[in-house]
Design a binder for this molecule. Structure first.
Ligand code: DPP
Ligand code: ZN
Length: 878
């Protein structure tokens, strides 16, 4: 495949003035007619041809300003259309006709059918599978779209913008015309047609315009869209309040689709969603599902300004819309729910997904400089680290200046296809500061290490804090210059209050309130006038995406875990102690008789968990051990996933045993069946009770309490929480089998719930889960055609089930490779995503390392390997 480079960017030779499309939908095929108005850009050579992108297209006819073109004037291949001898001056019109087959589109890019519903996915390069087009994000134009279909099959016809006309056609057909006055790139184009139900509502914007809202679902499921609709209205109000952003069209529609590669897609005025992020019902959905719907609805809605009104100049700038929009949806969740708990969840996700990516062979900067396949860059680095970079800008500027910078960005770049440089310039102006060094965060890949050391001088009563940053060169080969690292901190006294102290800085840093802005390799800050030694609470709220190397005694960290007025760091003090304990234990040989966690640490955890004064959601977070993949990452090399799992499991049993009475109380309390509500407080109580139940069962080795909760549950969170314990801790036992069978019988009618049944079994941490997934893949309800189903069986097995995927005999690797070979022919994008689980091969002990390496080689030799999968495998092997 060809490498696309940021440095090669240049604008198109022709400016697109407008798009007029007609899609005639029939059973088995769709006829597409596209009229494109162009104008040669000033200064472009008279003989410059017009090149359009295609992907698997066959051109049926082409006319220029109404005249059929002779074949000498153009070259049409499936991948490109080149037209020569175009008018020197003034606009001209190209009229193209082609036929496509949405029914045969298994990649789910372009126009395809899902359960009989026609829908589109065009980001990043799907539009070229519908028609020849300058399919790149810097080509913006207004669109008019006419859809025709048989009325009985597709009574609902939707596209971007506002509806302007509908009417009847012969032979039971009808049509609708949609007009989108906002110039947009082709990746935001969308069409949906089918027999859909809808939930309707409206929203009055701050300037008094009424927007008609619709959430479309498969027949009979509209009531399940109620929470999505509520989240949408809250998102619209929040964006007005927080960022002054008002919605701009007369309608806003969301459509829930069963077969969808991504979570959702922010098409202008017509968001298309994976139905997993729309449909909810307390009997069918967990609290996590509710949170997912809220986040994704908000995220896609927020794209209307950060992504659509201001889009990206090229795909290298993907983080311009994604990092910023993730930052915005995280802020929304923080405002709507509980800030610290949301922050803990985001940091956990960053560490679980982005850190390993940034420290392995698929490493790339937040703004990559080159790619072979853009679909492979919708990554944790672009999204989540991209959001962290925006968060750091907000931290450095402070609330007022950050908002001023955002306002300037919206004002200056509305209607533009912008770059990171454009974005940064707005904050430089608003904050009156130079962000050129800061911008290295976009260009340098890798996770920096921040090393912090302290020394207390009892004579002088002064505390010296030294900070040092370092960045190792990784697979991306980008620079390792010192960056601007905002370090939020506090000096905590024994009374749990932040001390104020005089300070003096030496080295490359400055102090701004509770922020140390480190800008060079190292700096030292001396705090004076202290009565006694404070506890240093550093990197509060995870103010920069770095690995913190802070040598601090266990006693100090236990004190901060109790006292720190910054709740995030109170959580982290304990979490770090636990992670460190587990990492050390995993390095020791099996059965050395030493406990995984010291009693003092367990007691601190139990004190937090049992303290009814503390928010239950926070206590549940505290009880959630670091992910085994995160422990593996911290081990760095010679990882044995079985050992990591044994250590984590032993820790759970030890915590459960020591806190049994408390866990019995906490898990039983909530069995007093309070009525279901998805609000944050109720969610926190359920999370705590379910965590307590898991520890209780880990301690007793008895599934009875889980089985009782499974049977008595009045909502899916409690039911699934109990089932997860049965399926994982008691995998293979009668209690587990009968509960799984019961769950299947209860919910087999609902594919989204069935996914949970598949996922729980695929992730059971036992070696025989390899045989389980083989059985699941042969289950009549398994299909490679539904991305959610593939992700729950193959994807979660490979990404989550560290014990079975990494079974020492290599059977897990072989099974996944086998599935990837089949999947790649159907949906290469999903295959490539799942294949990223092989990337960490170097970090394992020699046996697994060799087998992983060999499996990667075998995958690379699959005949007809897609560009998507080949790109991941090639980069992973390096
Ligand atoms: N639809 C995906 C998202 O919103 C890609 N833009 O992140
Ligand atoms: Zn997005």
């Amino acid at each position: 495949g060809q490498i696309v480079k940021l440095a090669d960017y240049r604008p198109t030779d022709f400016v697109l003035l407008g798009v007029d499309m007609t899609l005639r939908l029939f059973e088995g095929h769709t006829d597409v007619m596209t009229v494109l108005a162009f104008e040669r850009r000033e200064g472009v050579a008279i003989d410059a041809p017009l090149g359009l992108d295609g992907d698997g297209l066959i051109l049926d006819s082409i006319a220029l300003d109404g005249e059929i073109l002779s074949p000498a004037r153009y070259d049409a291949t499936p991948d490109a259309l080149v037209v020569r001898e175009l008018p020197a001056n003034g606009p001209f019109e190209l009229r193209l006709e082609n036929r496509i087959a949405p029914e045969e589109n298994t990649e789910l890019m372009g126009l395809y059918r899902s359960n009989g519903i026609w829908c589109t996915q065009c980001e990043a390069e799907g539009f070229r599978r519908i028609t020849y087009f300058p399919d790149r994000p810097d080509v913006l134009a207004p669109y008019r779209v006419r859809i025709e279909a048989e009325k009985a099959v597709a009574p609902v016809l939707l596209s971007n913008g506002n509806p302007i006309e509908t009417g009847e056609l012969p032979e039971g057909r009808h049509y609708a015309v949609w007009d989108d006055p906002f110039k947009k790139p082709s990746y935001l184009f969308a069409v949906v047609a089918g027999d859909l139900d809808a939930l309707h509502d409206s929203f009055v914007t701050t300037s008094g315009r009424t927007v008609a809202l619709g959430v479309y679902t498969e027949k009979g499921r509209a009531p399940q869209a109620a929470y999505a609709m509520d989240a949408l209205k809250r998102s619209m109000a929040w964006d007005e309040r927080r960022f002054g952003r008002e919605y701009d069209l007369d309608v806003f529609n969301v459509v829930a689709i069963a077969d969808f590669n991504m979570g959702a897609m922010e098409n202008k005025g017509l968001n298309v969603f994976n139905h997993k992020y729309v449909l909810l019902d307390q009997d069918l959905a967990t609290d996590g599902d509710y949170a997912g719907v809220e986040t994704v609805i908000a995220h896609e809605y927020f794209h209307n300004w950060t992504g659509n009104r201001i889009t990206c100049r090229d795909w290298f700038q993907l983080c311009l819309k994604e990092g910023l929009t993730v930052y915005r949806d995280q802020e929304f969740s923080a405002d709507e729910r509980e800030r610290t708990v949301q922050r803990i969840a985001s940091v956990r996700r960053l560490k679980a997904h982005q850190f390993p990516e940034d420290q392995g062979p698929l490493q790339h900067p937040v703004r990559p400089a080159e790619y072979r396949e853009i679909n492979n860059f919708y990554t944790a680095t672009v999204y989540d680290k991209g959001a962290e970079v925006v968060r750091m800008i907000a931290t450095l500027l402070g609330e007022t200046d950050f908002r001023a910078g955002m306002d300037l960005y919206f004002e200056r770049h509305d209607g533009d296809a912008a770059t990171i440089e454009d974005f940064i310039a707005c904050f430089e102006e608003a904050g009156g500061l130079d962000l050129s060094q800061f911008s290295l965060w976009y260009a340098q890949a890798g996770t920096p290490t921040l090393t912090v050391t302290e020394s207390w001088d009892p004579e002088q009563r002064q505390h010296t804090v030294s900070l040092r940053q370092s960045l190792a060169r990784g697979a991306a080969g980008t620079g390792t210059e010192p960056m601007v690292v905002p370090v939020r901190f506090g000096l905590v006294g024994g009374n749990g209050e932040d001390r104020h102290a005089e300070s003096e800085v030496s080295g490359a840093a400055r102090l701004k309130g509770d922020l140390i802005v480190l800008s060079g390799g190292d700096a030292t800050i001396t705090f004076t006038g202290l009565s006694d030694r404070p506890y240093l609470s550093v990197l509060r709220d995870f103010s920069a995406p770095v690995m913190l190397d802070h040598e601090q005694s266990e006693a100090e960290r236990l004190a901060l875990g109790r006292l720190d007025p910054n709740l995030f760091n109170r959580w982290r003090a304990l979490d770090d102690l636990i992670a460190e304990g587990l990492t050390l234990a995993a390095r020791r040989p099996l059965g050395d008789g030493q406990p995984a966690l010291k009693d003092a640490i367990v007691d601190a955890l139990l004190a937090t968990a049992g303290d009814d004064e503390i928010d239950p959601a926070f206590r549940a977070q505290a009880l959630t051990l670091p992910a085994e993949t995160d422990i593996a990452r911290q081990l760095r090399d010679n990882v044995d996933p079985d050992r990591v799992h044994q250590v984590a499991d032993a820790a759970r049993a030890a915590i459960g045993t020591r806190g049994l009475a408390s866990f019995e109380r906490l898990s039983a309390e909530r069995a007093t069946t309070e009525p279901f509500s998805p609000d944050a407080a109720s969610v926190g109580r359920r999370a705590l009770a379910n965590a307590a139940l898991a520890y209780r069962c880990a301690a007793t080795g008895d599934p009875a309490a889980a089985l009782a909760q499974y049977q008595a549950a009045s909502n899916m969170t409690d039911r699934l929480g109990a089932l997860a314990i049965l399926a994982h801790r008691f995998s293979g036992d009668d209690a587990s089998r009968s509960a799984l069978d019961d769950f299947y019988r209860r919910f087999e009618h609902d594919d989204l719930v069935l996914d949970k049944w598949f996922a729980l079994q695929a992730t059971a941490p036992t070696h025989d889960a390899v045989e389980t997934v083989e059985r699941l893949a042969n289950h009549p309800r398994f299909t490679m055609r539904n991305p959610n189903r593939v992700r729950t069986v193959v994807g979660s097995f490979a990404a989550v089930n560290q014990v079975a995927f990494h079974r020492p005999d290599g059977a897990g690797y072989r099974w996944v490779a086998d599935k990837l070979a089949a999947l790649d022919r159907i949906n290469p994008q999903i295959a490539a995503r799942i294949a990223t689980t092989f990337r960490a091969w170097r970090s394992f002990e020699p046996g697994r390392r060799a087998k992983l390496k060999e499996t990667l080689r075998q995958i690379s030799e699959i005949k007809g390997l897609s560009k998507d999968l080949k790109d991941i495998v090639d980069r992973s092997r390096k």
